[in-house]
Ligand binder design. Structure first.
Ligand SMILES: [Zn+2]
Length: 425
């Protein structure tokens, strides 16, 4: 018996050494590789955008396979974080399933099933923002996409991409796909090639090199490319005011299990702030605690309290103002997301309201109650494009539960961020 126990102990000890060794092997192996840390999807009326985030500069190779139509993007020298979802149904007219996988030891592969033709998708790279490097895949209307614009030759005549000779990777791809599909086209080392970041001057940073049909090379001017990329990155230098609805003595609406509106709005606002700051935006919060905003605290009138929130955005000359709320109704069946704006205010408010609402819906999966004009104090008395978003109904048991969960908070914040990025693009 004693021997047996000893044996078991030795075995456990051996096993632990082994695991330790494996773990450090893994650490060594991926040390210089880019970690793919996240994949985000945003859906718009005209396109679906997939953003792959990595913690280091990463290149990509793009391939198109048919039957079914798939766009395959390989990221060499990269590894996939376990937290990234592997399969996502995009449920979009432009693209079906999205698969993300560690294809081999050194390659992360992204496969998107799509029926859009080769002129209706675009893959390009962005540097900066929340992660060191982002690979963007757009499907649908790509007129605003980075690499699509670059297809224009200097004389303005549009060029066509020339499929190059069948690539060596084809066999490998077909094996992996285990399908009858045939690799019909590949564009090798595609549109983007950015200089090593080592001696990166800001001038060089965004230069992109494009192969033209004549075999010549078109270099986007650093300035032009930079502007375009900034437009897409969107939020660098933007000033954004976030208003977490209610607070302090004003709980806002209260859900069937007692969750208070002021709690959800603050949690979403704080999460959104983190996301925005990571994207390079400057953020002004009307409150960061469970408190009133007016210096008069609970003695302030409703209008004084709301004006104090507007004052913060107006004094800082914020570019946009987002007020976050939860809806409530006597009938607990009411549910969904609404975007509000003041019709006589800034002309861009409607677009902002629309995009933020859509971003939230795409993330939370809530029904849309549309974008509506309103007379709410905070959107009326702010000087910049402003929206008040009712994320969902706190009076509805399932929406109360959804927005009280960490996942719900995270998704709501991400949805608002997606909407903001969309607005500035
Ligand atoms: Zn409210």
């Amino acid at each position: 018996m004693r021997h047996l126990r000893l044996l078991v102990l030795i075995l456990i000890a051996l096993l632990m050494c082994q695991t330790g060794a494996l773990a450090s092997d893994f650490g060594d192996r991926v040390k210089d590789m880019a970690e793919v840390t996240g994949v985000r999807v945003s859906k718009q009326d005209s396109k679906v955008r997939i953003v792959v985030e990595a913690d280091k500069e990463v290149d990509f190779k793009k391939m198109v396979l048919s039957n079914p139509e798939r766009v395959v993007v390989d990221l060499p020298n990269a590894w996939l974080s376990p937290k990234v979802p592997r399969d996502t149904d995009l449920r979009s007219q432009f693209a079906g399933k999205l698969h993300v996988a560690q294809f081999d030891k050194n390659t992360v592969r992204i496969v998107v099933e799509t029926k859009v033709g080769k002129n209706n998708y675009s893959v390009f790279k962005l540097k900066g923002g929340a992660s060191a490097c982002r690979i963007v895949l757009d499907f649908g209307d790509i007129s605003g996409s980075s690499d699509n614009r670059k297809i224009n030759l200097p004389d303005g005549s549009p060029s066509e991409k020339k499929p190059s000779a069948p690539p060596s990777e084809t066999d490998e791809v077909e094996q992996e796909m285990a399908s009858s599909g045939k690799a019909e086209q590949q564009e090798k080392q595609p549109e983007t090639s950015q200089p090593e970041s080592g001696k990166d001057t800001s001038k060089q940073k965004h230069v992109r090199v494009e192969e033209t049909p004549s075999g010549g090379v078109f270099e986007g001017s650093a300035k032009d490319s930079g502007d375009e990329l900034d437009q897409i990155t969107g939020l660098k230098g933007k000033k954004i005011a976030i208003d977490a609805g209610h607070g302090g003595s004003d709980s806002g609406a209260i859900g069937p299990t007692g969750v208070m509106e002021k709690t959800i709005t603050l949690r979403v606002a704080m999460e959104l702030k983190n996301l925005l700051v990571a994207e390079g935006a400057t953020v002004y919060m009307t409150r960061t605690k469970d408190t009133e905003v007016s210096p008069k605290k609970s003695r302030a009138t409703d209008n004084e309290e709301l004006q104090a929130r507007c004052d913060i955005a107006n004094a800082r000359e914020a570019d946009i103002f987002i007020s976050i709320h939860m809806d409530s109704f006597t009938n607990d069946a009411a549910k969904g997301t609404t975007g509000y704006y003041y019709a006589k205010g800034s002309a861009k408010s409607r677009s902002l309201a629309d995009k933020v609402r859509q971003g939230v819906i795409d993330q939370l999966g809530t029904p849309s109650r549309g974008t509506q004009s309103c007379n709410f104090y905070v959107v009326k008395h702010t000087d910049m494009p402003a929206t008040l978003v009712e994320l969902a109904f706190i009076s509805n048991r399932s929406e109360e539960k959804l927005l009280y969960s960490d996942a719900g908070i995270q998704k709501a914040a991400q949805g608002i961020l997606d909407g903001i990025e969309d607005y500035f693009n």
